[in-house]
Design a binder for this molecule. Structure first.
Ligand SMILES: CC(C)(COP(=O)(O)OP(=O)(O)OC[C@H]1O[C@@H](n2cnc3c(N)ncnc32)[C@H](O)[C@@H]1OP(=O)(O)O)[C@@H](O)C(=O)NCCC(=O)NCCS
Length: 148
């Protein structure tokens, strides 16, 4: 059976995080974006490691008592196997331990797996940010989870 661990992201993870990022997204974040997140006092990033290999990451910013999810991604060959749900659960627990009472995120309406992941965990759609993903010409759905 595979050994899975979830822990805080550190700078030495960045090579592997960038592999996930570049393979999971068509408009990936740069290395410098992640370097800034690692030293950002508001930011909390977790990684999923399977048998010693980093296969995914997710993060949020804690703004007062709200956790704003910035990103969550798994290597394509590990998607659809429950790791996203596991990671999201750890992000929610971490946010709660840090004092967050709600969690919010933006998602593309066409991203069916991500919308399923969030709605199954109780996130509710509450609003739209028009043209949020300008490079893709797509709006963002805003989702919230209350009472963490
Ligand atoms: C979104 C993502 C993090 C979800 O993680 P995951 O490990 O694949 O999700 P899970 O296996 O926990 O499944 C979550 C739900 O999505 C569904 N799902 C997963 N992959 C799917 C796919 N390729 N097509 C359709 N549904 C899919 C699962 O069936 C499950 O729904 P269910 O509860 O109705 O069965 C992951 O797919 C991913 O990295 N996607 C690319 C990056 C991305 O879009 N991130 C989100 C940005 S908002």
């Amino acid at each position: 059976m595979a050994e899975i661990s979830i822990r805080r992201m550190q700078e030495s993870d960045l090579d592997a995080v960038l592999v996930v990022e570049n393979r999971a997204f068509t408009t990936p974040w740069s290395r410098s974006a992640f370097e800034e997140e690692i030293i950002n006092d508001l930011a909390y990033y977790l990684v999923v490691v399977e048998d010693g290999k980093l296969i995914g990451y997710g993060g949020f910013w804690l703004v007062l008592d709200e956790a704003h999810v910035t990103n969550i991604a798994l290597l394509p060959e590990h998607q659809g196997a429950g790791y996203g749900s596991l990671l999201l659960e750890h992000m929610i627990l971490t946010a709660k331990m840090l004092g967050a009472v709600s969690m919010t995120l933006e998602v593309r309406p066409s991203n069916v797996p991500a919308r399923k992941l969030y709605s199954r965990r109780g996130f509710a759609e509450r609003g739209l940010r028009p043209n949020y993903y300008a490079e893709l010409g797509e709006d963002a759905l805003i989702m919230w989870l209350d009472n963490l």
